[in-house]
Design a protein around this ligand. Structure first.
Ligand code: ADE
Length: 240
């Protein structure tokens, strides 16, 4: 997969791309990430990419002609172009899975007061990483790239993400490691006895319990299996 990130602040991505799983995925050719400074698509001698808002008001607005030229120079038929904006569709794991199937995604980062409204006409999708406003789209672009890259074949082992929170629509079950006892708190017995049938049932039940207690909205539209229904009924009784 190829990820292109259009930004005014390319250096912000240095740490992100040079550490841990993302670095390994790049080194192993699982993904190619290209950071593009769209200031080079300004057509004035001072490389301005923004201008004051028409009609007056505070701040600066990113120009649509600059974004249009940057897209024309860097995107093709297989590019799936996403604009980072707090006005976008709320990003979630379902969208992550969709993006992970694309050949090429292009993430456009804004800064300052936002984009000229006409930029919206050049993109396939607008994405927000949450109901709060950041100073720019760089952190959202990193969050989205990170969540997509970890799902790509050979980035991490499938077992590492298939039980993660959200991947299967539930929050992840509680994890423990040694020491078995610490400050009077012990690891649940079932995880120590090597019975994988019981361990799997415990994990599913605790996954359901966490979701029921913390994010009941995730259960609203879920079609429960017979086993999930049984476990959820037990949980409801236990939590009364
Ligand atoms: N740019 C500024 N805030 C943002 C957000 N919450 N999501 C995506 N892009 C943004």
């Amino acid at each position: 997969m190829k990820i292109k990130i259009l930004t005014l602040f390319p250096d912000m991505f240095n740490g992100f791309l040079s550490e841990s799983i993302i670095k390994r995925a790049i080194d192993n050719n699982v993904v190619d990430v290209e950071i593009i400074d769209y200031r080079i698509y300004s057509n004035d001698k001072h490389n301005h990419v923004d201008d004051t808002p028409c009609g007056g008001g505070a701040g600066m607005v990113i120009r649509c002609d600059v974004i249009d030229r940057a897209i024309k120079a860097n995107c093709g038929d297989s590019s799936y172009i996403c604009l980072m904006t707090p006005q976008g569709e709320r990003y979630n794991e379902e969208i992550t899975k969709e993006l992970a199937k694309k050949d090429e995604i292009v993430l456009i980062c804004g800064h300052y007061e936002g984009f000229d409204e006409r930029v919206r006409g050049y993109v396939d999708r607008e994405l927000s990483i949450g109901d709060y406003v950041l100073t720019g789209g760089e952190i959202p672009a990193m969050a989205i790239s990170d969540s997509v890259i970890r799902l790509l074949d050979n980035a991490i082992k499938e077992e590492s993400y298939k039980d993660d929170s959200y991947f299967n629509g539930l929050l992840e079950y509680p994890q423990y490691t040694r020491p078995v006892e610490y400050n009077g708190k012990t690891v649940p017995e079932v995880l120590l006895n090597g019975n994988h049938k019981l361990i799997n049932e415990y994990r599913l039940k605790e996954s359901l319990r966490k979701t029921y207690l913390r994010r009941p909205d995730l259960l609203e539209n879920r079609v429960l299996t017979k086993e999930e229904e049984r476990l959820l009924n037990e949980i409801k009784k236990e939590e009364m």
